[in-house]
Structures are given as C-alpha cells and as structure tokens.
Design a protein around this ligand. Structure first.
Ligand code: 1VU
Length: 334
C-alpha cells in the first residue's frame, strides 16, 4: 500500500526542462518525478507484510523501464548469478571476470531480475554480494558507457540502477558486500547498497567518479553519507580515496576484515563471510526479516511513519510461532 497523504514524504530527484539540467528537490507528494517509499500494511494480525518496504516507483517522468531495458540488453556480456541456500543465505555473484566484473548492460537487467527473485524469496534471511574470480566490480562497462554517453540514455541508465540498488538495500534480508580486490565506481556504489561491508586484505573501495568527470548516480553518494557521514563522504568522493580495509574500519565503511582466500579461489572469504553473517541471521526467517524491515523503516521514513510501520511489523511476530516457543521455553538471557 502506498503511504497516504500525511505520511508521504517523498525524496525526489527531479528534472526541470531538458535532460541533464539537474535540480535536487526534497518535496511532498503530488506532481512529478516520484520516488515513492512504499510500505505494505497488514490487514489482520499475523498477516505477513515482510515483502520489505519497498518497491520504488519507476514512473518518474521520462523514465520508461521497458525502453531502457531494451537499450541495456544491446550491451551483452557477463552474468549475475544467484544461489539461494538452505541456510537462508543467498549468494549473488557479479560475474564478468574478463572486464574485472564491470557491469555490462545485460548484467544491469539481470541484476533487476535477481532482485525480483529475492523479493519473492520468503524463506530468505541473508544475502552475500560478491564478485567472481577474486575481485569485486569495476563499475559500469566502459564500452557501454561510451556508447550511451548522451545525457538522455545516461540518465535513464542511472535511474534504472538507482531503482534496482534501492530495492536491493530494502530487501528483507541482512546483506553483506564481500569486497575482495577492487570495488570501483559503480562497484563502490554497489557495496553501499548492502547493509554491511566485509573487506579482504588487499581489497579496496574507491569512488573513482571524479576522475571520470562524474559523481555517483546509482544512489551511492546518498547511501555513503548515511554510512560514513558527510565529512568522510566528501573526502572519499573529492579525493577519489583508495579505502583499504584499515581505513574502511576506521571510518565505519567496513564492518569487518576477513582473512581471505587461501588458494585465490575466493572460497575461504565466502565461507568466512557466511560465518560472520550467520551470527546475525540465526533464528526464524520471520523474525530476521522483521528486524530488517523495522531498521529500514527507521532509516528511511519520517519518525511518525516509521513508528506506525514498526507497530505493523511487530504485529506480524507477536504471538507467532517463534514468540510462543520462546515463551514456552522460559528462555533466560544471561
Ligand atoms: C557508475 C560509474 C562507473 O562505474 S564508471 C567506471 C569506473 N571504473 C573504471 O574506470 C575502471 C577502469 N579500469 C581500471 O581502472 C583497471 O582496469 C582496473 C579495474 C584497476 C584493473 O586493472 P588491471 O588489473 O591492470 O587490469 P586491466 O586494466 O588490464 O583490466 C583487465 C581487463 O578488464 C577491462 N576492464 C576493467 N575495468 C573495466 C570497465 N569498467 N569496463 C570495461 N572493461 C574494463 C580492461 O579494459 C581489460 O580488458 P582487456 O584485457 O584490455 O581487453
């Protein structure tokens, strides 16, 4: 259900007149340029609203998702692979090693499809996002970038990726970016679309946009400010800083440093990441997903709406199987 009038606070990045003329407005609902924060509301007790709080509107003026999908498909290569595991932790792999896991156009479209699959995965609790072959992701495929370097197409690609990454972050799963090797440009933005970042020694997160004559456009700057604060974000973007694991920990970008691969296959780092994430995903899916939902609403919604959402989510777990079992076991929390 789309939030109704009083609670609707919409963050809109809108465009007056021609493509390329950017105006950043924080505004109220009504006219054009919608980025809607949607929450679903349970009709009755026990009804699960854990589809997450959000599909993002793709109806912003000038943005025809079908059209941009077709355009992106014209730049093939690589894949986005998804493995859903019995443990409730899925692994999403950015797979284009010949181009250091750069995002081709078809990979952008595949990412959207994988996010849709994860939105439908009701048993899921966690997600690890990694790159293939020991490196994370070198951003958008520069061959595709060159071919769609006109402002209209660039803006459409930007909106497509911004929507997809917003949906990724809002999934009712605790998500981790496993950063082995380099996360550059759009790859750095991708790391911020996860709840946590784990870095492997030698790993690097670097917003190289400035050197490309750009700023982040996939939502990476907005998310970065929320993660490390505006001072650090300014330094990272302004200096195109190479953030290694040590600096990552220091500024709060990294949540942990792993030992990393023993054999260069990435297997050990993935195992370590699964163990790390397992500390937070142990327990019933309904509860873990509810935890993510209340945190996302607290982070993204105005307080009044977040409190209402929290009540609604609370209603989905109160008196539920996990709650009743805990009461029956007279659990002590020493
Ligand atoms: C959203 C905005 C954006 O994301 S803009 C894109 C930002 N990213 C970049 O500018 C990355 C540019 N690439 C690099 O700096 C280097 O290739 C990095 C990733 C550091 C790897 O260096 P190095 O280990 O020496 O390998 P290399 O340069 O020989 O690369 C191997 C092959 O991969 C390719 N590659 C790499 N990155 C991209 C990319 N983003 N798009 C397309 N191709 C990429 C290289 O061109 C190279 O290909 P080839 O072997 O020469 O055919």
């Amino acid at each position: 259900m789309v939030l109704s009038a009083a609670g609707q606070h919409l963050l809109r990045v809108s465009r007056p007149g021609a493509w390329g003329q950017h105006l950043l407005r924080v505004s109220r609902p009504g006219a054009w340029g919608h980025h809607l924060l949607r929450v679903s509301r349970p009709g009755a007790w026990g009804q699960h609203l854990l589809r997450g709080i959000g599909s993002v509107s793709t109806t912003a003026k000038g943005f025809q998702e079908k059209e941009i999908r077709e355009k992106l498909q014209a730049f093939p290569g690589g894949s986005i692979d998804l493995v859903k595991q019995e443990s409730g932790i899925a692994v999403l792999t950015v797979n284009n090693p010949a181009r250091m896991n750069a995002f081709s156009g078809s990979m952008m479209v595949e990412l959207e499809e994988r996010v849709s699959q994860l939105e439908e995965w009701t048993e899921g609790k966690g997600l690890i996002v990694q790159g293939a072959a020991g490196t994370f992701c070198s951003g958008s495929d520069l061959n595709a970038v060159r071919a769609i370097s006109n402002p209209q197409d660039g803006m459409k690609m930007c909106m497509f990726m911004q929507n997809v990454l917003t949906r990724l972050l809002r999934l009712p799963l605790l998500s981790v970016a496993l950063v082995e090797g380099s996360a550059l440009g759009g790859g750095a933005e991708l790391t911020t679309a996860c709840d946590f970042r784990l870095m492997v020694p030698g790993g690097m997160i670097r917003f190289v946009h400035k050197h490309m004559g750009l700023v982040p456009g996939w939502g990476g700057a907005a998310r970065l400010v929320r993660i490390v604060g505006s001072q650090n974000a300014l330094k990272m973007l302004g200096g195109a800083l190479k953030v290694d694991p040590e600096m990552g920990l220091q500024i709060g970008l990294a949540d942990g440093v792993l030992e990393g691969s023993l054999d260069g296959s990435g297997a050990n780092a993935l195992l370590e990441a699964e163990q790390w994430l397992g500390c937070y995903t142990t327990g019933p899916a309904s509860v873990i997903r509810a935890i993510k939902n209340v945190v996302v609403s607290g982070r993204e919604l105005p307080l009044e709406v977040a409190l209402r959402t929290e009540r609604d989510v609370f209603g989905t777990v109160w008196g539920g199987p996990a709650n009743l079992q805990a009461l029956a076991s007279k659990a002590k929390h020493k």
